[in-house]
Design a protein around this ligand. Structure first.
Ligand SMILES: Cc1cc2nc3c(=O)[nH]c(=O)nc-3n(C[C@H](O)[C@H](O)[C@H](O)COP(=O)(O)OP(=O)(O)OC[C@H]3O[C@@H](n4cnc5c(N)ncnc54)[C@H](O)[C@@H]3O)c2cc1C
Length: 455
């Protein structure tokens, strides 16, 4: 265990503007908690940074003291890599300033913003850009991994709309990464996760966004294979403005349903027409599609993602989605022993899929189906049964799963090949950028890109 002297900690406290929390402090247990309650790590120090200066000082302090660092923005990463054992947490979750330039349609953001905070600010100007689907998620971890969301068909992924980022490197220096400056680093940040430094500011392109035509139709779980099969076929001809997702989940009243969700982000009248076949399919138990503000749809799934629950996830891009795979989904839907757990398929496409796989570090541009198996239960007593359910299900899905996986959906205990699979054909180029900006792998609490002997 790291032994820091009182003098060292006092020196850090005197250097930074933000709060430094150590073991024994009253806020320690709250400050080390993240979204996934399965993660129970005990850092030596947590620095609640107020700006880039605090980040630079924290990096230098950790280097000199030989401490591992982890970086926390929204704290939503299911693998829990935002906290480390025995090292120093660079906590950016309090950095939440955001400035919109409506004339240039650009947002300059601090790294600690959540999607809800980001969207609220852009909505005031009638603007938006792609972010994820659960509003408590942090914008920074999401963007660095790629950023899949309801607007990706129209505007690309969150990372495709990143204009520049400020990055504190392993040497404790601040660099700007953009197409013009440190372009190799900028390429790597857009899909390469937190491997290269600490991002202290991000700039995004924004777009006009009015209300959306969006919602969900719920089908009986006994119709799971048919409903998801319909969605698979319907998605093939979906316009770029329409994002779709099929999910099996249990509603708060205990009813397990197959939900077909969609968000049409173009003209709402057109969206109503485009979504008519989906809403007319079969015998839905309920149809919640309606015109609503984009920010309202961004929050509709928040009830599922209550923080402080146990989360054990598996995910992977599917090679195809044939009827026999739908049969596996239907089987686990019908025997959904773990109430809080959910699973589903995202259908990436549109603009996100038209960008070249090597244009940014996010390589999975051509993937048609992203399978998410979201194991979740209330407390640790459910771990054995919950993990078994996930692992059994995952085993049966394996023949359909390709090598690729979205880096932000990787779990905490994934083998090295799966981490490599997250970077795919871009891995070698990412290794070169890692070797240039972080040759000693100082930033290793992430889905790690290895270089040199460790590779
Ligand atoms: C309920 C739920 C729903 C989700 N839905 C979506 C979705 O719709 N679309 C989607 O794309 N993803 C989704 N995700 C995944 C999400 O993108 C990741 O969990 C992401 O890491 C969250 O970002 P964060 O800032 O909250 O993470 P944190 O836990 O704070 O960070 C995760 C990792 O990101 C890196 N990182 C974070 N901040 C920085 C920084 N400032 N500088 C350098 N590295 C940093 C670090 O490696 C860190 O370990 C979802 C996750 C959850 C739990």
């Amino acid at each position: 265990m790291t032994s820091l002297t009182d003098g060292q900690v006092a020196e850090l406290r005197a250097t930074v503007r933000g709060q430094v929390i150590a073991r024994g402090d009253s806020e320690y247990d709250t400050a080390r908690r993240v979204f996934n309650a399965m993660i129970d790590r005990r850092p030596a120090l947590i620095v609640r940074c107020t700006g880039a200066a605090d980040v630079m000082a924290s990096v230098r302090f950790a280097r000199e003291g030989g401490l591992v660092v982890s970086v926390r923005s929204g704290g939503h990463g299911v693998a829990g890599l935002a906290v480390c054992d025995d090292g120093l947490v660079i906590d950016l979750s309090g950095m939440k300033t955001m400035r919109i330039d409506p004339r240039r349609r650009v947002a300059r953001c601090d790294p600690g913003l959540t999607l809800a905070e980001f969207d609220r600010e852009t909505e005031a100007f009638g603007l938006a850009t792609t972010m994820g689907t659960i509003s408590m998620t942090g914008i920074t971890g999401l963007t660095l991994g790629g950023g899949l969301g309801w607007l990706m068909g129209k505007h690309g992924l969150a990372c495709d709309n990143l204009i520049s980022a400020d990055v504190v490197t392993a040497e404790g220096k601040l660099l700007v990464a953009s197409e013009e400056e440190n372009a190799d680093l900028f390429w790597a940040l857009r899909g390469g996760g937190g491997n290269f430094g600490v991002v202290t500011s991000l700039e995004f392109w924004l777009y006009d966004q009015g209300p959306v035509f969006a919602g969900l139709v719920a089908h009986a779980i006994t119709d799971c294979a048919a409903a998801l099969g319909f969605l698979r076929d319907f998605a093939r001809s979906a316009p770029d403005e329409l994002a779709l997702m099929g999910a099996v989940l249990t509603l708060p009243d205990g009813l397990t349903i197959t939900g077909l969700a969609g968000c049409y982000s173009g003209d709402v009248k057109k969206g109503e027409r485009v979504l008519l076949p989906l809403r007319s399919f079969g015998k839905p138990l309920v149809d919640q599609f309606q015109v609503m503000p984009y920010t309202a749809f961004q929050r509709v799934m928040d009830w599922w993602a209550e923080p402080g629950k146990q989360h054990y996830w598996r995910s992977g891009f599917l090679k195809e989605l044939p009827d026999n795979t739908l049969g596996v989904l239907a089987k686990y839907g019908a025997n959904k022993a773990i109430r809080r757990s959910a699973f589903g398929v995202e259908f990436p496409g549109g603009k996100a899929s038209k960008i070249a796989p090597d244009a940014t570090a996010f390589v999975h541009r051509k993937a048609k189906y992203n399978f998410l198996l979201l194991g979740s239960w209330d407390d640790a007593a459910g771990n054995a049964a919950g993990m078994k359910w996930v692992n059994d299900f995952w085993e049966e899905m394996k023949p359909s799963i390709g090598e690729g996986v979205y880096v932000n959906y990787l779990g905490a205990d994934e083998p090295a090949e799966r981490v490599k699979g997250a970077y795919g054909a871009n891995y070698v180029r990412l290794q070169a950028v890692k070797a240039k900006y972080d040759p000693e792998n100082f930033f290793r609490m992430n889905q790690n890109i290895r270089t040199g002997k460790a590779a």
